[in-house]
Design a protein. Structure first.
Length: 442
């Protein structure tokens, strides 16, 4: 029987319409808009000025503290402006705007890196290179990887879990990366095992990606330290706590981390970026993005330069279809609609989803009928109907007492609600207020 997590979860239509689409490479855009905060933590500090010439991979903003990350130029060109722009969060953020030098051949060369299996870097050097190259979690959280891997002395670790679940409907960026860069990902896993002094790693992949499961099982069949776990298809299995429970049957504490039960979890995209950083000293300046939607002409997966306007990606797939209602950064469950297509791709952009009018329309909101479905599907064991009511009424201290901050914002509750209540919207609002209140107290 396939493994999965125990509590809650749903199975929305998968809509993996780009699963068979190989990763294409987008040409460098004429302008890139590179935010200095593409990670959880302190924004990076700008180290370039207007009119400066920059090269691909050059540091343009340095880490602003321990929980921060370097930002590198994705193109060779000229800094034209330092300005506030709206990013994928919907808020204005400081940004470095660079005009691409079309005459510089480095902008049009497709990089080719040979597979290097031998690991020569020492553990401390591995962490330094991850930091230097601006690697963050590419599964969506964008937590600086060097911080995650900086394990306190005395902490007992016995497992590295690789997150190849990609349970969000529509998105296939990780799936395609696993199929096309599997050998590099295996080396990346070995690099982290070496850095963390861990002898056991498990690659978790849902059973709707049997080609990836078979590929990794074949690559690791003679490696007794790396195993592949085929998982039942269930959302939100890509959540760290859910994945640890599914694979190892360990319960991460309510306000804890996988580290508390001897585990570190990394997304497959992050593992590939770490491989590139250690074996080729390549910084994180591009990533795989799924550009998808049921009515798009040419939905596919792309290697995209960080800072590329989303409008460029939409043009690449044939433009917006008639009747488009929303453009979502991410997938339909946890993604957020963007205000306009000038928003740039960042390190955390896994997908762009174009949604039609009929798909985006919500049913008429009605009163809660106390059916309990939202409670049944909550993977964190919360009472979403209660948390919405408390947030709606401004009872934020009570919402905090009811563990609103434990919510992982998976959207399962809103998905199943027969009364079409905007549960997640209000819970997100409540979390934002509670976070501000907690910050003020400290």
């Amino acid at each position: 029987m396939l493994k999965t997590f125990h509590k809650g979860g749903i199975h929305p239509p998968e809509n993996k319409i780009t699963a068979s689409k190989g990763i294409k490479r987008m040409a460098a855009p004429t302008m890139v808009y590179v935010p200095i905060s593409q990670h959880i933590g302190i924004p990076a500090e700008i180290v370039v000025a207007v009119k400066d010439k920059v090269e691909i991979g050059q540091v343009i903003a340095k880490s602003g503290g321990f929980v921060s990350s370097n930002v590198h130029s994705p193109v060779a060109g000229t800094v034209t402006k330092l300005d506030l722009i709206i990013d994928t969060s919907g808020y204005k953020k400081q940004c470095i705007i660079i005009r691409t030098d079309t005459k510089n051949e480095s902008n049009s060369i497709v990089p080719e890196y040979p597979l290097i299996k031998e690991i020569t870097a020492e553990p401390k050097d591995i962490l330094k290179r991850i930091n230097d190259n601006g690697i963050v979690g590419l599964g969506g959280a964008t937590f600086p990887s060097h911080v995650k891997l900086n394990v306190k002395e005395g902490t007992v670790l016995d497992h590295l879990i690789i997150n190849g679940v990609e349970c969000e409907p529509y998105l296939t960026a990780d799936h395609r990366l696993m199929l096309e860069k599997a050998e590099e990902i295996v080396v990346g896993i070995e690099i982290l095992m070496h850095a963390l002094h861990i002898n056991k790693a498990v690659i978790g992949i849902e059973n709707n990606k049997k080609d990836a499961i078979d590929l990794f099982k074949n690559l690791t069949q003679n490696n007794d330290k790396i195993k592949v776990a085929a998982l039942q298809v269930k959302y939100p299995q890509g959540g760290e706590k859910q994945l640890v429970q599914a694979i190892l049957n360990r319960e991460v504490p309510k306000n804890g981390l996988p580290l508390d039960v001897g585990v570190i979890v990394h997304n497959v995209g992050t593992i590939f970026a770490i491989y590139q950083a250690i074996q080729h000293n390549v910084p994180l300046t591009e990533r795989v993005v799924t550009v998808t939607g049921k009515k798009l002409e040419n939905a596919s997966n792309y290697w995209v330069k960080i800072g590329t306007p989303i409008s460029d990606l939409v043009k690449e797939v044939g433009g917006l279809p008639e009747g488009t209602r929303k453009i979502v950064n991410g997938g339909p469950m946890m993604g957020k609609a963007i205000k306009n297509m000038d928003v740039p791709v960042t390190k955390g952009t896994s997908g762009i989803l174009v949604i039609s009018e009929e798909e985006a329309s919500r049913g008429e909101q009605k009163n809660c009928i106390r059916c309990g479905e939202c409670v049944d599907v909550c993977p964190m064991g919360l009472e979403p109907h209660l948390l919405m009511n408390l947030s709606e009424k401004g009872l934020f201290e009570k919402a905090s007492d009811e563990d609103v901050m434990t919510c992982i914002e998976c959207g399962s509750c809103s998905y199943v609600c027969p009364s079409h209540r905007p549960l997640l919207d209000y819970i997100r609002f409540g979390k934002s207020i509670v976070k501000k209140l907690n910050t003020a107290k400290n």
